[in-house]
Design a protein around this ligand. Structure first.
Ligand code: MV4
Length: 666
């Protein structure tokens, strides 16, 4: 076995590989771009080498820099992860030339599967089922029209060099064929510099089912069962699960045999995935083979109890496969959800920024989180905006789905838009719940997945108000402890103010709705009034911005994260964003937002969000202060430039201390 490996990747997959290396006592070397200098994979590794600027082309795709880093650090093997150089035959070749083991298949296998049309020809020879179609070299329009007629309508014209759905045309009748062929060839030439096409019968509601395969250097190949990845959006997988719902042992054996035959036909070694497109009637056809470890491999790990990265390392070191086909079995059901910094309400536009608050659910034997970021880290525009993969296991699909919903409801992200609520609706939607899966599910369920904005529940308004009151109380308590005169009326927290009564109002806005919550002080509790209804409210703030509340005898657990005037209320599996309306400053509604660059209370600096010298918009978070167990974002009072910070992360600041030197743009 290797004693040092280098991971030629970043993010969650680099962290994932490091975890197994560490467990096996192998030293793990990370590489990183300048944008990733403080990334989690760098922090986790035993050693790390900077390989260039943020742009992937100049760092994570730079073969020479990576090979040099491996030589410098004495790495005997390189794990490419997925994406980047993982399926690049030049990279695998360069590793071999440098005497470094490539933790992946032989160069010839990468090459054989790299061309989609050549791969199909190979698979046909190996007896792997293909969609009825024409995969030959003849591009004559008349000839292809005849082939289409023979195959039967509807047909699909695909770019031979394509993949990921680019350059596909559905043709439903002979009359449309010539135009569709011409346009498909044009697009293929423009996109891939190659106008070759192939023609297949078009499957109407297909499922994407893929088989995990593994080969060793002695020619043994096994399959580790299937994954169903039908729930996709524009060819991006959203949910993946194993086993595939409805799969019978007979069909699994048939698909497994086809996948093993496919791998053997190209002399496959290591982890690979054979993708099939499956009809609702169970017939299945080879689509392509991915010659790498896939994003969704954890669902296979959850149902087999195996560590696929360990298998990869063993096979790359020349060891035989740890188990035979007969020794492999499935236990329960696993589902993975990809949590992304993207905005479902804005066409899934990627969202960048600091993860001001990031609290995943607790991990257990049945809940796993693979991530490359921690609270305070940034999602940058340079790379894939994935925040984490959430993987759950259960003895049944129903139990796994329920765990997924629970874990998603507990996942708290503030600082970037994210798809967590979208994922919850997806898992809860009837089609997914009934395992009525196909690649069109998300489009078909659009109305369920994008409901009109739900009303903010009464408990969210109450939670916002109570959190505000508890915070004031904590400030007053702290001041009283410090003061020589603990009985000073200024430290009372019963709402007593000079020239004010003991009743007051806290005003919040949610979307178009503004509510004033009436507050009366009743001993250690409060009486809150909202929408003409009054109730007693009490509670406490726990670490991590968690609010434990009692509203009129109903116990409610919420998380209330303060960011400027925003209150992110995580409650009932949703996140409601309320804006605190300061009655004196009228902040939050366009104007005001004065000052704010001094500490509003004593606390600790936990993150510097902006960089000195950065030009920021009004309201941009600059620094995060933790005080009274809550987090507060100190935000830019206007558009301008961050000059400098007066404190470093971890430093304590006193009430009123100036935190940031800021110059407003004139
Ligand atoms: C198909 C198909 C229906 N019939 N081929 C899309 C990506 C590319 N790798 C192959 N794709 C498809 N090929 C035939 N003959 C439907 C798709 C397809 C799809 C396949 C797998 C996963 C998601 C998909 C979403 C839309 C279309």
């Amino acid at each position: 076995m290797f004693s040092t490996i280098l991971i030629a990747n970043r993010g969650e997959i680099a962290c994932r590989v490091i975890r197994t290396a560490r467990r096996l006592g192998i030293r793990a070397v990370a590489v990183y771009s300048e944008a990733d200098a403080n990334a989690r994979h760098v922090r986790m590794a035993d050693a790390a080498v900077c390989i260039g600027p943020a742009a992937a082309r100049e760092s994570y795709l730079d073969i020479e820099r990576i090979i040099a880093a491996a030589k410098e650090t004495g790495a005997q093997a390189i794990h490419p992860g997925y994406g980047f150089l993982s399926e690049n035959e030049d990279f695998a070749q360069a590793c071999a030339a440098a005497g470094i083991a490539f933790i992946g298949p032989p160069v010839a296998a990468i090459r054989a599967m790299g061309s989609k049309s050549a791969a199909k020809a190979l698979m046909e020879k190996a007896g792997v089922p293909l969609v009825p179609g024409y995969h030959g070299d003849n591009l004559d329009a008349m000839f292809l029209a005849n082939e289409a007629q023979r195959i039967g309508w509807p047909v699909l014209i695909k770019a031979s060099a394509g993949g990921g759905g680019k350059g596909m045309r559905i043709v439903r009748a002979a009359a449309e064929f010539a135009d569709a062929l011409a346009s498909c060839k044009r697009e293929a030439a423009a996109s891939f510099g190659d106008d070759r096409v192939l023609i297949e019968r078009y499957l109407q509601r297909p499922r994407h089912i893929e088989m995990q395969v593994f080969g060793d250097t002695s020619g043994n190949v096994v399959h580790l069962f299937e994954r169903d990845c039908s729930v996709q959006r524009r060819h991006q997988k959203v949910l993946e699960e194993a086993p595939a719902p409805g799969m019978t042992p007979e069909r699994r054996a048939a698909m497994g045999k086809a996948a093993v035959d496919a791998a053997k036909a190209v002399g496959y070694v290591g982890a690979g995935t054979v993708e099939f497109i499956a009809n609702q009637d169970g017939s299945f056809y080879f689509m392509e083979m991915n010659t790498r470890l896939q994003v969704e491999h954890p669902v296979t790990e959850m149902i087999t109890g195996l560590d696929l990265v360990e298998w990869q390392l063993r096979v790359a070191a020349g060891e035989p496969l740890p188990l035979t086909q007969e020794q492999l079995s499935i236990r329960g059901h696993a589902i993975e959800a990809r949590i992304y910094a993207e905005d479902p309400d804005r066409g899934f536009l990627p969202s960048t920024g600091r993860l001001v608050h990031l609290a995943p659910p607790a991990e257990s034997l049945d809940v796993r989180i693979d991530t490359g970021v921690e609270e305070g880290d940034e999602i940058t525009p340079h790379y894939d905006p994935m925040i984490a993969k959430l993987i759950v296991h259960g003895e049944s699909r129903e139990r796994a789905s329920a765990r997924m919903l629970q874990a998603l409801a507990q996942y708290r992200v503030v600082g970037v838009a994210n798809n967590i609520e979208f994922l919850s609706r997806l898992v809860a939607c009837p089609a997914f719940a009934q395992a009525d899966l196909d690649t069109g599910l998300i489009e078909r369920e659009h109305d369920f997945l994008f409901p009109a904005n739900a009303d903010t529940p009464r408990e969210a308004w109450l939670a916002a108000a109570l959190a505000e009151l508890l915070r004031e109380q904590a400030v007053a308590d702290a001041a009283a402890r410090r003061d020589s005169d603990p009985h000073s009326p200024w430290h009372r927290r019963d709402g007593w103010r000079m020239n004010l009564g003991v009743s007051r109002r806290l005003t919040f806005r949610s979307g178009e709705v503004t509510k004033a919550i009436g507050v009366s002080y009743v001993g250690d509790a409060y009486e809150l009034e909202v929408d003409g209804q009054s109730m007693f409210a009490s509670g406490e703030m726990l670490p991590g911005s968690q609010l434990r509340a009692d509203f009129g005898g109903n116990r409610v657990a919420a998380t209330v994260v303060v960011a400027g005037e925003k209150r992110h209320i995580f409650l009932f599996g949703c996140c409601f964003v309320l804006t605190a309306m300061d009655p004196l400053h009228h902040a939050g509604e366009g104007g005001g937002a004065e000052g704010g660059l001094t500490a509003p209370m004593p606390g600790k600096v936990i993150a510097l969000v902006a960089s000195p010298g950065a030009k920021v918009d009004k309201g941009a978070p600059l620094l995060i202060l933790e005080a009274m167990k809550m987090e507060h974002a100190i935000c830019a009072p206007a558009a301008g430039t961050v000059k400098s910070f007066h404190f470093a992360v971890g430093e304590q600041v006193s009430d009123g201390a100036e935190l940031v030197e800021f110059e407003a743009a004139s």
